[in-house]
Write a protein that binds this ligand. Structure first.
Ligand code: SF4
Ligand code: SF4
Length: 113
């Protein structure tokens, strides 16, 4: 199921154009290795981890934003989970992610009033 949902997410990302998904050059996207809906040669797992990292990326690496995600129409929603970041971020990236996280939380707070 994870692979199907990744494919759906990639198609959504590319406005339902499968050729655009194939041509995607964003190889830093966690879903990128699975965007064709198939495992790469010799690969047998990794989709759940990729979804976890995609959700964290989507939520500026704020755990609670992933847990509280209200975008039920997202193809990954049923499988969203929190994954700790594996690679080191630069201080500049950390500050930018914190600012993004604060912005998302402010938007959410204003919508819940
Ligand atoms: S790999 Fe990432 S950037 Fe590329 S189509 Fe999929 S979701 Fe979009
Ligand atoms: S389920 Fe929510 S957090 Fe995960 S990718 Fe979709 S919109 Fe982003």
């Amino acid at each position: 199921m994870s692979m199907i949902n990744i494919r759906k997410k990639c198609l959504w990302c590319c406005l339902d154009s499968s050729s655009e998904v194939t041509a995607c050059t964003a190889n830093n996207c966690p879903l990128w290795p699975f965007r064709s809906g198939k495992y790469a040669d010799g690969q047998k797992h990794g989709t759940r981890d990729a979804i976890g990292r995609k959700c964290m990326d989507c939520s500026s690496w704020v755990d609670s934003e992933v847990r509280d995600c209200m975008n039920t129409g997202c193809a990954l929603w049923n499988e969203r989970s929190v994954k700790k970041e594996k690679k080191e971020r630069t201080p500049k990236q950390i500050e930018a992610d914190k600012a993004n996280g604060a912005r998302l939380m402010a938007i959410r707070a204003s919508k819940s009033k």
